[in-house]
Design a protein around this ligand. Structure first.
Ligand code: HEC
Length: 164
């Protein structure tokens, strides 16, 4: 009898361990999804809002925008790393990322890369001091955000569910 009990005990421990591992992964998925949602939500207030003010002529300090654009670009690069597989709605119900984030990965990553490069170019335009160049490049940045989702904060899109 002993070996059988030992086996059964081992199976129970194994099951408990895999349940614990699954639970830990689900917690991690929720945390990652929360972090990227907050970071995505902070792009506008922390960086792009000020850049928009320059493009709209409300702020005339174009030169200062090159540092702001660099910071924005760094934030976007970091954000791009916060979409690991297994962090969709199955594991993190609050996320607004659609399954296409993972099923159409090449397109998703290209959209991120486009936002980084258009933001870098905005920084270059800021250095040139030309408001016309800055405005033109600002339109390209807006398009890059739109490559993934609509403009209004609650809107959906290819890679983002509408807010409920
Ligand atoms: C590569 C695709 C991509 C690009 C480019 C992109 N976003 Fe997002 N964005 C997403 C995804 C995916 C979500 C949903 C995140 C989640 O909830 O997991 C999101 C969510 C958001 C949200 C909602 C956050 C919340 O609280 O639900 C805002 C606001 C936002 N993005 C703003 C922007 C702005 C501003 C830009 C351009 C500067 C931008 N995004 C560019 C993919 C993108």
């Amino acid at each position: 009898m002993k070996p059988i009990v030992g086996l059964a005990g081992g199976a129970v421990v194994g099951l408990l361990l895999s349940l614990a591992a699954e639970q830990a992964m689900a917690q991690t998925a929720v945390a990652v999804a929360k972090e990227r949602k907050e970071m995505m939500g902070s792009l506008w207030p922390s960086y792009y809002k000020d850049l928009n003010a320059v493009a709209a002529g409300q702020d005339t300090n174009i030169a200062a925008s090159s540092t702001k654009a660099q910071a924005a670009s760094a934030a976007v690069k970091k954000l791009a790393g916060l979409f690991p597989p297994g962090t969709g709605r199955d594991a993190a119900p609050e996320t607004r990322s659609t399954p296409e984030v993972w099923s159409q990965r090449a397109e998703f990553e290209a959209a991120f890369a486009a936002l980084v490069s258009e933001t870098d170019k905005l920084g270059e335009a800021a250095k040139s001091g030309s408001l016309d160049a800055f405005k033109a490049q600002w339109a390209a940045v807006g398009k890059a955000c739109g490559g993934c989702h609509g403009g209004p904060i609650k809107s959906g899109g290819k890679f983002r569910f509408e807010a409920q």
